[in-house]
Write a protein that binds this ligand. Sequence first.
Ligand code: ZN
Length: 443
Amino acid sequence: MISEQKYWNPVLETLDHAKIRKLQFEKFKKIFNWAYERSRFHRGLYEKAGIKPGDILSFEDIRRIPAVEKSMMRGIQRKDPFPYGDALCVPLEDVSEFRQTSGTTGQPVYQADTWQDWEWWAESWAYILWAQGYRPKDRVFIPFGYNVFVAFWAGHYAVEKIGAEVVPGGVLDTKARILKIQELNCTAMMATPTYVLGMADAAKSMGIDPRSLAIRKITCAGEPGASIPSTKKRMEEAWDSKVYDHAGATEIGAWCFECEAQAGGLHVNDAFFLVEIQDLDTGEYIEEPGRRGKMIITALDRQAQPCIRFDSKDIIEWAPDPCSCGRTFRLIKGGVVGRSDDITKVKGVLLAPSAIEEVVRGMDGLADEFEVIVDKDGDIDRITLKVELLKSRENDHKRIEDKLKDQLRLKTNLGYNLEFYDYGCLPRYEVKAKRFKDLREKK
Ligand SMILES: [Zn+2]
């Protein structure tokens, strides 16, 4: 019975490290060759760097290959064939899927996939779902607006692929979604952490305790919340459910996932992706645990619009120990801990927005929503944190404010201008929240 199988792919997920490396190396050479032969963009980039497919003899050689940045992908889209540009490696008629990035950091990037690529997406998500305990008996609710963003599309197909049942909660509003989950006894769902918390609030306002629903597994994406312990705890308690993280991106694929062991990190799908970590200051490649850097990633099997040494800006670090689940896929500690373009200096101190989230969500008496605004008071950086006080805790206002101040100072080394609001006053988001606003002029 497939349901009793511990791993989705028992061979690849337990392959020893040397064999995985060999597999990655062979696959890398193949995808590099593929792109070199078929894409004017890739060939141009590699010719300029003086690298041909035959030059790749070791992992050291891979590191000499120029990384691709998102801004380069935007540049190629003005070229033929419309609308993808000259990174496309297949005839246009072979493209079966259009997606685009959300454009939160600039003009959206269009992404083409063939049917084979799309099956690859679903397969990579099948690893995720199986590792998080999804089985054929599950009925999975997907409360997202099915549209041009990839979001949970591949998750939807993977639910079908593993033999579970999918309930697409597309255009329904939040209340209708909750009623549908209740009516059908759905056992699992997928959403951004912001929306998981928002749905729990909405259910309570309808007189439904989310813990009374049958949801016992929630897969998150889109924001780091499910890897931030205090946010994860809030979600798990609100739904009486396990909450698992996963990270993916339109241009990359679904590259890592948390497993049922919840080991405080995410497994990289080493069979499908080559992840390298590069020191932000020195450019060195980091093999040892405990040292943060930015991720350079290759999707080893994606063909229409390849992702070869993509500079994702995600900040990650290797975990010190293997996971107790038995998978040999490497773990990154604490998930994606930030983005190199998000981590900003305030009053000369490096600040990652996720550190503020960890503090706010760890405080009793505060609601889930918050907002951070960085601006200038004269020449000096000023950082304002807006939070909501729960109605039942209004008498504790002073004590909560003092504790919040201390914790923020301790965890981020910065002083804040705190603003308290009544519950429900800050904006609510359905997909990715925009909680961090830097209003200082960029130099
Ligand atoms: Zn594991």
